[in-house]
Design a protein around this ligand. Sequence first.
Ligand code: NDP
Length: 487
Amino acid sequence: MASVSTTTPGTDWEYAPAPESREIVTIQREYNLFVDGQFVPPATGEHFTTLNPASEEPLASVAQAGEADIDKAVASARTAYETSWGQLPGRERAKYLYRIARAIQERAREFAVLESLDNGKPIKESRDVDVPLAAAHFFYHAGWADKLGYAGLGPDPRPLGVAGQVIPWNFPLLMAAWKLAPALATGNTCVLKPAETTPLTALLLAEVIAEAELPPGTVNIITGDGSTGAGLVGHPGVNKVAFTGSTEVGKQIQAAVAGTGKRLTLELGGKAANVVFDDAPIDQAVEGIVNGIFFNQGHVCCAGSRLLLQESVADAVLDRLKRRLATLRLGDPLDKNTDIGAINSRQQLDKIEGLVAAGEAEGAQRWSPPCRLPAKGYWFPPTVFSGVSQSHKIAREEIFGPVLAVLTFRTPEEAVAKANNTPYGLSAGIWTEKGSRILWMAGKLRAGVVWANTYNRFDPASPFGGYQESGFGREGGRAGLAAYLDA
Ligand code: NDP
């Protein structure tokens, strides 16, 4: 598939295609479950197909885990907890985590190409963000494994046992690393379920884990649909549940876990405000706005999906933003020049289209740069809505796509009130030259992460998590260790 520039023909640079080769990856025709250190066929006998969302080409057939498979995976994790992994001193666990981190680095290109094929994200993002950050999470947590007594969580914090972990499709490998690395560093064993549309990099990670010779059962990776996730989090043999995904499913899990004594962390949706004041460096802010909402096609829980512009600079910022968006290139995720890749699934594309139609019906003004979408696959152009009011659906609901809702404000107090006018509370951005205003705003915004004069920056040492309907518990940093320890 050719890359398609969103720029007006004749006014832009012509880029030659620069495709990353997919030769580096060997995709098997069929994948089984990774249980007790081996790949085993599912007891259900069922498999489902995972697609390349950029072309709708079937990539592989993947096992559907059922009740008996979940039982087996949890039992294997329990045995590993009681007899092998759970008995290892931290300094020994650290060695395995370093091994995994280094193997991810060694196989970085393979992971990046596979992630872009299965997810639809641009190769420059999987190569420069997802894969290096996944390795960084294992390195960071390897460093903690023998120092847990010095984490401020008591002299001898204990692991919880078996962790049941369910992850979404937007950062498949990275979310697997966010879940597995802290759980393993703290001495827990794991059963992880990747999302139905993006199981392949988790299964490649299973291969890495097998090669790193972790004791069998320490990590089990079971693929399947929502019913597999529900079966795992509801399993009586699980001590800790960690979930990243939609608020709707998060609420179901919270209800299922209530009263069971299981520990729970939920990282759910968001509707973050990215707030630009009139003294902000406009060009930098425009880059931050683009990165905030168009990174990973807007499939980001902390995406800056509501842009709050101070009225005096609103027109100037919007004008520059539109000029910048006209230079973004949408198309083949494996092309190194691509900025915007494919939408992950037909279902997600339908959701985006539905919410965008609601935005138009409610009277907001829709704009996209001139943009030719590839004929096959799931695509949506970068889209900006101006004239948005707080009551509009597109200002309230998580779209999880490349769609920005622009609102305006006059005073800092009004900016805070509008930013906080959401049931979510995951992240926010502030753009201003004034340090005092950054600190004042950060103190007033009800969001787990607040970025100042930047956006979408992640580091394993920095805790990430939300308030209200964005969930609870933190991942990353010292706070992230606490979620896996009986401190
Ligand atoms: P879900 O919350 O349904 O999926 C997340 C994970 O949970 C997947 O592995 C999913 O499996 C699994 N799952 C589904 N149902 C259950 C259940 N009852 N119990 C346990 N696990 C379950 O998100 P979707 O992929 O359906 O996306 C829907 C919307 O959620 C998106 O449009 C977006 O708005 C939001 N979302 C937010 C994310 C975030 O990080 N904040 C991430 C992903 C989505 P399976 O893939 O097989 O359905």
